[in-house]
Design a protein around this ligand. Structure first.
Ligand code: NAP
Length: 346
């Protein structure tokens, strides 16, 4: 792909987006990142530091709740990578804090893009949350699955991601814009961070290593390295044949195996959970306790405890050529980085 036009990356300040920005800059692209308040240069210095040439990164202001910023952000671009969306499990008001910014922001962005005839493709960061909110037994999840269960009361973050992705596909279907839409659906994204803020998914490792879990639960996560997720977005942009959705996950790991791995990597850590809650009574106990948790965590536990997780990541490997970073390496690199940012004690 050869373009001298800037690639617009929305939510450039984010954990995943900062890696996208870094990889785009290393490949020689010009980048126009959107952040909430570009005037606050100091806040985004970690992004400017990624631009070693000092002239290929521009930051502009855009808020997901306002259409205006996106109009100028996408002007003159051919490609957009839309990552901005609130990522939090626990919020005060799920509609105001999750659903509205996710859906309205996606609509504002696509509407702005429809007014620019040069735009060829939008790559949207969706989530496996838009594929399922409750894995079930033998079902192997693929790109053709849709989460039909979440709501403002049940896994509201999942609901916001599903509704935002559906809104994007609806607009493409009904408005038939000149650009096409390609969607990346990552699972739990871990890895080193360019941003000082602790990401919700890296928080899982911090919580295990700082004794926040009462015991080892019957939970399974699908994990993927942030560097692979960023690469997938760029390949989806560059590869003309890319189309539809791409489930972006390396492999599953149970909490039991993750705790074992973390204990081996951090042998002096005495806070990793030891009490085994993997049993039918253990699952029941967690379900009961989940009702005393905030809505986001509570409904996550009720919909995931004791559930087996299977998915097919063949499409992204076949069509985009992604070779996933070994999960143990991702975890090792994440821990080193969490210590660097002092999210974990050294
Ligand atoms: P993140 O670091 O929290 O990034 C979220 C980005 O969205 C930030 O740049 C944030 O800006 C921006 N944002 C949120 N609300 C906004 C608003 N009202 N107006 C403008 N910008 C707003 O989380 P992330 O993990 O990198 O997430 C990036 C994308 O990946 C999201 O769409 C998320 O749903 C998706 N995803 C993440 C994971 C994961 O495990 N991390 C998995 C699947 C999908 P501020 O920095 O100013 O808040």
């Amino acid at each position: 792909m050869n373009t001298n036009k800037p690639i617009c990356v929305t939510g450039a300040s984010g954990f995943i987006a900062a890696h996208i920005v870094e990889q785009l800059l290393s490949k020689g692209y010009q980048v126009r990142g959107t952040v909430r308040n570009a005037d606050n240069r100091q806040k985004y210095q970690y992004l400017y530091d990624l631009d070693r040439t000092n002239k290929r990164l521009e930051l502009v202001s855009a808020n997901l709740l306002e259409a205006e910023g996106f109009k100028s952000a996408v002007a003159g671009c051919e490609y957009i990578i839309h990552t901005a969306s609130p990522y939090a499990l626990n919020v005060k008001d799920p509609k105001k804090d999750l659903l509205d910014p996710a859906v309205n922001g996606t609509r504002f962005l696509l509407e702005a893009a429809m007014n620019c005839s040069e735009i060829k493709r939008i790559v949207l960061t969706s989530s496996v949350a838009a594929i399922t909110d409750s894995p079930s037994g033998d079902k192997v999840l693929t790109e053709s699955d849709w989460n039909s269960k979440s709501s403002l009361k049940r896994n509201p973050y999942y609901y916001s991601k599903t509704a935002a992705e559906q809104e994007a596909w609806r607009i493409v279907k009904t408005e038939k814009p000149l650009f096409d839409l390609v969607v990346i659906n990552p699972f739990v994204v871990i890895g080193p961070s360019y941003t000082p803020k602790l990401n919700t998914s890296n928080q899982i490792l911090v919580d295990i290593l700082t004794g926040q879990y009462p015991g080892i639960m019957n939970l399974t996560w699908g994990m993927v390295d942030v560097r692979d997720v960023a690469k997938a977005h760029i390949l989806a942009m560059e590869n003309e044949g890319a189309s539809g959705r791409y489930l972006c996950a390396n492999r599953t790991i149970t909490m039991k195996n993750l705790v074992e791995l973390l204990s081996n990597l951090e042998p002096n850590n005495s806070q990793v959970p030891k009490f085994n809650l993997i049993s039918r009574p253990g699952n029941l106990l967690i379900r009961f306790a989940s009702y005393f948790q905030p809505l986001g965590v509570g409904s996550y536990l009720r919909t995931h405890i004791g559930k087996e997780l299977k998915f097919d990541n063949g499409k992204i490997k076949r069509e985009l050529g992604i070779k996933f970073i070994d999960l143990e390496k991702s975890i090792r690199d994440t821990i080193a980085d969490l210590k660097k940012w002092q999210h974990l004690p050294n």
